[in-house]
Design a protein around this ligand. Sequence first.
Ligand SMILES: C[S@@+](CC[C@H](N)C(=O)[O-])C[C@H]1O[C@@H](n2cnc3c(N)ncnc32)[C@H](O)[C@@H]1O
Length: 331
Amino acid sequence: MEVEEAGELETAGKDVAEAEYHSHDFEWEELKEEVESGPAFSYHLSPFPEPAASTTSPPQLSSEAWRSFHRRHASGKFFKERRYLLKEFPELCSSKDHAKVLEVGCGNGSTAVSILRSSERITVFACDCSKDTLERANEIISNTKGIDIKDRFHPFLMDVSKETFPDWLFCKACQCSLGKDAALLLDPSHHGIRKEHPVFLRENQCCAGGMDFITMIFTLSAIPFDIMPTTIEQCVSVLKPGGLLLFRDYGLYDMTMLRFLPHQRVGFREYMRSDGTFSYFFSLDTVRELFHAAGLVELELEYCCVKSVNRKKGKTMQRVWVHGKFQKPPT
Ligand SMILES: C[S@@+](CC[C@H](N)C(=O)[O-])C[C@H]1O[C@@H](n2cnc3c(N)ncnc32)[C@H](O)[C@@H]1O
C-alpha cells in the first residue's frame, strides 16, 4: 500500500475530510489529455496480452499477499477513520431504524468505525480475508471512544474472491420471500436454523435478513480484475431489494497509477505492488459495466479529483477516485 494511502498526505489548506469529499480541484478530462499525450505514460495505455498469456496472479495469491501485508503491518498504522464517507453517502446516517451494512474488505476498520459512529441503530457486518486485520479492527473499534459496539459490529473471515457469503447474512428462503419466486419457501429444509448460528441471531431467527447497504471502499481494486464480476454478484446476492451498494475506489490516471513501472503491469489498468497486492484503476465506464452486469441501477457515478500537497517533498499530486452509488431494484 502506498504511503499516501496510509493518510500521510497533507492537503493544501484544507481539512482532509473536507478535501476528500466530492472534490473537483481539477478537471479529469484535462488530466486524461495530459496523460494520453505524454510519451512518458504511453506504457500505461497499451493493450495488454489476453489473460492466458498474461502474468495475472490467481486469486489465492492475491488474498495471500493481503494476509502477509496485514501481518507485516500489525501496528494498525493503516487505520485512518474515513469521516468524509458520511458526507459522500449521507443515507448511511439518515437511514431508517436498524439498518444493516456489510463492509467488504474492512481492513483495520477505517470505514466501519465511521459508519458505527453515524448512528447507534446501525449494525455493521464486516469481512476480510485476513484474520489479523479483523482482530485489529475489532480491537480498534472496541477502543474507540464514543462508540458502543455491543451487538453492532460483527467481523468475519471470508475471501470474497472465492467463497460465498454465509447463509446467516441472507438465507435463500428469505431472499425468495422478498422476490417473486416463493418456491423455496414451501420447502421447510430451506428455512431451518443454520448449522452455523452466530450468537447475534435470536433463537428463532434464520438469518440477518439481508443488507440495506454494502460498502466497497478501496476493496474491489484489490481483487484481480477477472474475478471482479463474480465478487460483485456475490455481494449483490446479500443485498435486500432496494438496498444500496456504496462504492469508492481508485480512478483512472490517479497519481499512484502513473507511478507504477512497466514491469508492475499485470493487466490493462491493473498493477501488482512489490508486496504482491493488486491495484486496479477504474474508469467510470468500467464501473458502470461491472455493476450493471450484476443487475444494479446507477444512481451516482463520478470522478473525485483532489490536488494534494506532500509538504515534505514539496510535490503536488493529482489524486483521482471514483464515487459510485448503485441500487438493487426493488421487487
Ligand atoms: C485498501 S484495503 C481497504 C480497507 C477498508 N475498506 C477501508 O475503507 O479502509 C483493502 C482490503 O481488502 C481486503 N481484501 C483483499 N482481497 C480480499 C478478498 N479476496 N476477500 C476479502 N478481503 C479482501 C484486504 O485484506 C484489505 O484489508
